[in-house]
Design a protein around this ligand. Structure first.
Ligand SMILES: [Zn+2]
Length: 410
């Protein structure tokens, strides 16, 4: 087992060690791996993500540690980016951890302890799992739902613990001892010695992760989205530097939105609601206006066409109106009172045709459309009295209408 320096000194970020073993690249891990006698690098485990950093050899070769994992038998493997020279066992190295990244992980992980304990203290809701992502972290709580005031309450309590800057201590106890201490969560049996993380007078839990020395270093805890899961409720949160970055990002987005409305930040939801209502009203007005326009144009067209064989045939291509207007026009033209057939098209993208007749007319719009579409490779269909279809872009819709008119003898 690798001797893990972070167990007792999570603030340590530089150390001397010796290469103990090499792990050749494999299909699932293409990077070469190095096992050291002792390490301060944290391997991905217990919900906390691994450290990154550098190993420097005596020959002054600086090797980037890209990933750190632990093996089942307790070794810590440091996966390195491409090596100029192969390392050999026995080589002395100096390790250096990416401090910023580790600090971030300690803030998130320690914040999770505080938050989980706050949910227990206030609402007796236990945490079942913890996940640390690149942007945010989450805990899954054993509860079917959370009220907004519970979210706010837990956040407030957790931040109180942060502000009080309570000491965080590491203790080792036997399992038998741990069972008498009232741990927030007792790990599954297996180990005789347990590492406990104690937040003074607030939380005691068994954990192998890296934590800050006093709660003030968490900075702040910000709860974000809650989501119902199959078994429980997920709460997203961010701590410390992440909380500041997220708040900054939200503020920037909200400021942009407020500027669009020339409003204050807190008025943005009201402005958006108003804007939704306005656009709904404009849509209704536009639809009414289009309906009236289609009707006027249809009546005008009917008045200009003579009746032939007991019906009027209107053939009309719109170059500046879409297919839904063409449809409206066809409906108006065929329902104005006198028998009529309307063969209408729109040539704007996506182009289409509408064939309609006054209900009960002698032609068959459905089969007429089928003929026309088959010829150009379009799609659509309809009934005896009304049919509509789309034609490929660039089709000569006026020519298609002419053909259709010829077919029904107009
Ligand atoms: Zn922990």
């Amino acid at each position: 087992m690798t001797n893990r320096l972070y167990y007792n000194d999570p603030a340590l970020d530089e150390f001397n060690s010796v290469v103990q073993d090499l792990v050749p690249p494999s299909a699932e891990q293409p990077r070469p791996g190095v096992v050291l006698q002792t390490t301060a690098f944290y391997p991905t485990s217990g919900g906390q993500v691994h450290d990154t950093g550098w190993l420097t050899t005596d020959a002054n070769e600086r090797l980037k540690v890209a990933e750190v994992a632990e093996t089942e038998d307790g070794k810590v493997v440091h996966y390195l980016e491409a090596l100029a020279h192969p390392l050999v066992a026995g080589t002395a190295v100096r390790g250096k951890i990416d401090r910023e990244r580790r600090r971030d992980h300690m803030q998130q992980h320690s914040g999770q302890h505080v938050l989980s304990a706050a949910f227990i203290e206030l609402y007796q809701i236990p945490t079942v799992s913890f996940h640390m992502g690149d942007d945010y972290c989450s805990i899954d709580l054993e509860t079917a739902s959370l009220k907004p005031e519970q979210v706010v309450g837990a956040e407030k309590r957790a931040n109180e613990i942060v502000f009080e800057n309570r000491p965080v201590r590491i203790r080792y106890v036997t399992r038998a001892e741990a069972e008498t201490l009232g741990l927030r969560k007792l790990p599954p049996a297996g180990r005789d010695e347990l590492r406990l993380i104690e937040i003074a007078d607030f939380d005691l839990s068994a954990c192998g992760g890296t934590h800050i020395a006093a709660t003030g270093q968490i900075g702040s805890i910000l709860l974000r989205k809650t989501e119902k899961m199959r078994q429980g409720t997920r709460v997203e949160f961010v701590c410390g530097g992440r909380a500041a970055r997220m708040a900054r990002r939200d503020y920037t987005a909200l400021t942009e939105a407020a500027a669009l409305f020339s409003a204050q930040l807190w008025d943005v939801p009201t402005q958006i609601r108003k804007s939704f209502d306005d656009s709904k009203q404009f849509r209704r007005q536009r639809d009414e206006a289009l309906d009236q326009l289609a009707e006027a144009m249809a009546l005008d067209a009917l008045s200009k066409h003579p009746e032939v064989n007991g019906r009027k045939v209107i053939v009309q291509t719109f170059a500046d109106r879409d297919i839904s207007f063409a449809k409206l026009f066809a409906q108006k033209a065929t329902r104005a009172g006198n028998p009529a057939v309307a063969l209408v098209a729109s040539s704007i993208d996506p182009p289409g045709v509408v064939f309609a007749q006054t209900p009960g007319g002698s032609a068959d719009m459905g089969s007429l459309l089928k003929q026309v579409l088959t010829a150009v490779g379009g799609k659509g269909g309809g009934s005896r009295d009304f049919a509509q279809g789309g034609v490929p872009a660039g089709s000569d819709v006026a020519q298609l209408l002419k053909q259709a008119a010829g077919t029904i003898g107009a």
